[in-house]
Design a protein around this ligand. Structure first.
Ligand code: ADP
Length: 280
């Protein structure tokens, strides 16, 4: 067992190191010493390992954090890890702000470092499994992850393109509790045989209403760049997982009230949700 573990770690180091070194071609940072994501390859003794893909504004954070509460695995958003680093004003903050506020991707080396630290902290608390949101975002990141652990399922959330920009621009966050809200009311008329779609705003409770802030990268110019980068660098990740038979496509039919029950059904989790609400 110990040998197997060492072999797995050696493999993880090699794959991650290779990924990080070649990441330099894309403008990644300078160090390329071996890094290890603290993950297990074997499904024995571990919980679900899921990934959520989807364009900016689609609702990855909303649905993956809801599911995390339901199935009892941590929701790990690399976007949140980056924002925490920015808020802590640490040594990386100004470099990260420059990248994030232009809608670009953070170098693999930094993202993997942040993710590894988060996974290690979780492991120390006894966490197993995860729902990853925002990682992997490039085929190289997907290869690195594939090299260190098995992903059970990748959910590709999709929403009509017309709604994405409006949803990013309408996003509001409570500066005190971190709650996510959306003031956009999206009403797309049906045309050319396509049905219409209505998404009600997700308004904050009164105690959050005066504390709302917007993300610094949720401006029209930056969202358009994030969408462009998604199509160029993250769309190919869909194919990566499609070819491996792991991709579940999910078209969001509307807002949370319409989409959540359908998503649970698609994930065969309808029963869990019923049991949980009955027990509450
Ligand atoms: P989005 O709403 O665009 O999906 P996220 O909250 O997931 O945004 O991420 C915010 C920003 O953090 C991204 O635009 C990018 O700069 C950075 N980021 C997050 N995850 C990654 C990643 N896996 N690789 C590179 N950069 C990332």
């Amino acid at each position: 067992m110990a040998v197997l573990k060492r072999l797995m770690l050696a493999r993880a180091s090699a794959v991650v190191a290779r990924g990080l070194c070649s990441g330099r071609e894309l403008g990644s940072g300078s160090g390329c010493g071996p890094k290890q994501l603290p993950l297990q390859r074997s499904p024995e003794g571990r919980n679900r390992q899921w990934v959520f893909l989807g364009c900016p504004g689609v609702g990855k954070g909303t649905y993956s954090s809801r599911l995390s509460g339901l199935v009892g695995v941590p929701h790990i958003s690399t976007g949140d890890l980056v924002r925490d680093e920015l808020a802590a004003s640490g040594p990386l903050a100004s470099q990260l702000a420059e990248i994030v506020n232009h809608g670009k991707l953070v170098p693999d080396e930094i993202i993997i470092d942040l993710l590894s630290k988060r996974l290690e902290a979780g492991e120390a608390k006894g966490e197993t499994g995860f729902i990853l949101d925002g990682f992997p975002r490039t085929v190289r990141q997907a290869e690195i992850l594939e090299g260190v652990t098995d992903i059970d399922l990748v959910v590709n959330l999709k929403l009509r393109e017309e709604a994405l920009l409006a949803k990013c621009l309408g996003r509001r966050i409570c500066s005190q509790c971190g709650g996510n809200y959306n003031i956009a009311s999206i009403d797309i008329k049906g045309e050319n045989g396509q049905p219409g779609m209505y998404m009600a705003p997700l308004l904050p409770p009164p105690h959050c209403a005066s504390k709302l802030i917007t993300r610094s990268d949720d401006t029209e110019e930056v969202v358009k760049e994030r969408l462009r980068i998604y199509n160029e660098l993250t769309k190919p990740v869909e194919d990566f997982y499609r070819q491996r038979g792991k991709l579940l496509e999910f078209d969001l039919p509307g807002g949370i009230p319409e989409s959540w029950p359908k998503l649970l059904q698609a994930l065969n989790l309808g029963d869990n949700a019923n049991k949980k609400s009955a027990a509450a």
